[in-house]
Design a protein around this ligand. Structure first.
Ligand SMILES: Cc1ncc(COP(=O)(O)O)c(C=O)c1O
Length: 379
């Protein structure tokens, strides 16, 4: 079958983020602007309360971005020089950078078949210097927090979570970012809850960690404005918080829409033997995945990608095509064969709110067409 190509399908449509809500966003700009409410104002406090309540955590604190959020979470949890922190190499470099800038040593480990951190690899990587595990809840899926929690307990380790991609994702009914001592979420524009620039939040249930992050994000100031410690400047802008609070109100619908698109992908691609798909929404009782990304494995991935590109279908390689330990300048010197093989096969298909069901059918038909025309299995 030859797929009928109706329109080009970009991997991500950034203008759509503004165009689809231009009137509402312009009204927010005017409202915030006319009030002169730019830094640490009521809109931020309201968003932090609403976000904490949506996720079922005690505290949410808006910060400049999730990278800073992870750094603050680690620092507030007491991680520093001499400590080793275990993370999965299939993550954004930001996860490792936060560990590095906290003064600790990032220890990359393998991912498992679902592309998330492999608890057995974590267990093998524990040394007497290990202080923390930092799992990434990748692609909108929560890591196996039961297994990771058991390892942390057995070795007396701190758990800090990279929930940058996982707002609203759950494991055994509990939200990503609520398991450890602290976690961070990203509001980068392409994230499921995105703002119009950089933004992030730290989540915690711990009052002391909360107080430390209040100081770290705002020049070391305590609640009365006095300087109580060294700090940085990384606050979520009040304007971005107002936009995020507006978007949070309809976030449940965003999650449902993305799960519907993921289900459609699964139903249309599952008969193609050359591709391996992520678990479908609702397939596993422990997981509620929100599908920040749709990440597949594909035989002859580069040829497939070129085929899709010529047919004006955008795709992306996670992290520019390499796991974190594969970037020599970082000096991580690990050999992770499972992850390295995965990075020869892995491909991100478009999954965002500008995508229609018809687009998904077009993409799936085009993939099917590629393998039908040249069904060679090697690659
Ligand atoms: C898994 C992961 N961790 C950390 C980050 C960093 O988030 P930010 O860009 O808000 O600093 C991202 C952002 O893309 C991410 O996907």
């Amino acid at each position: 079958m030859i797929a009928a190509q109706a329109r080009s399908i970009p991997f991500f449509d950034y203008p759509h983020l503004f165009q689809s809500e231009e009137r509402e966003l312009t009204a927010i700009f005017r409202d915030v602007g006319l009030r002169g409410a730019f830094i640490l104002q009521d809109d931020l406090a309201r968003f932090e309360r609403n976000l904490a309540s949506y996720l079922g955590v005690k505290y949410a604190l808006g910060v400049g971005n999730a990278t800073d959020g992870l750094l603050f979470a680690l620092r507030a949890a007491g991680i520093g020089p001499g400590d080793e922190v275990i993370f999965c190499s299939h993550t954004m470099v930001a996860t490792a950078a936060a560990i590095h800038f906290a003064g600790a040593r990032p220890i990359p480990v393998e991912c498992a078949a679902d592309h998330l951190i492999d608890p057995e690899a974590v267990e093998r990587a524990v040394t007497r210097r290990t202080r923390a595990i930092l799992p990434t809840h990748l692609n909108g899926r929560t890591a196996d927090m039961q297994a990771l929690g058991a390892i942390a307990k057995r070795h007396d380790l701190v758990m800090v979570e990279d929930a940058a991609q996982a707002l609203g994702s759950r494991f055994q009914g509990r939200t990503a970012g609520s398991f450890g001592v602290a976690s961070a979420i990203s509001f980068f524009p392409a994230k499921m809850l995105g703002c119009l620039g950089d933004g992030g939040a730290v989540l915690t249930n711990d009052a002391e960690v909360y107080q430390r992050v209040v100081q770290l994000r705002d020049h070391g100031r305590g609640s009365d404005g006095e300087i109580v410690s060294w700090g940085l400047n990384s606050r979520l802008d009040n304007l971005q918080a107002a936009i995020l609070d507006y978007r949070l109100a309809s976030y449940g619908g965003v999650v449902e829409r993305r799960r519907a698109l993921a289900r459609l992908y699964r139903n249309s691609l599952q008969t193609i033997p050359q591709v391996k798909l992520p678990p479908g929404p609702g397939d596993e009782p422990d997981h509620f995945d929100v599908f920040q990304n749709y990440e597949i494995e594909a035989e002859r991935r580069d040829e497939l990608r070129a085929w899709l590109t010529t047919r004006q279908i955008g795709t992306s390689l996670p992290w520019g095509g390499k796991a974190v330990h594969q970037w020599p300048p970082l000096g991580l010197h690990a050999h992770l064969p499972f992850t390295e093989r995965l990075f020869e096969r892995v491909l991100l298909l478009p999954l965002n709110l500008s995508l229609t069901h018809y687009d998904v059918h077009t993409i799936c038909n085009t993939i099917q067409d590629f393998y039908q025309r040249s069904p060679r299995n090697s690659g």
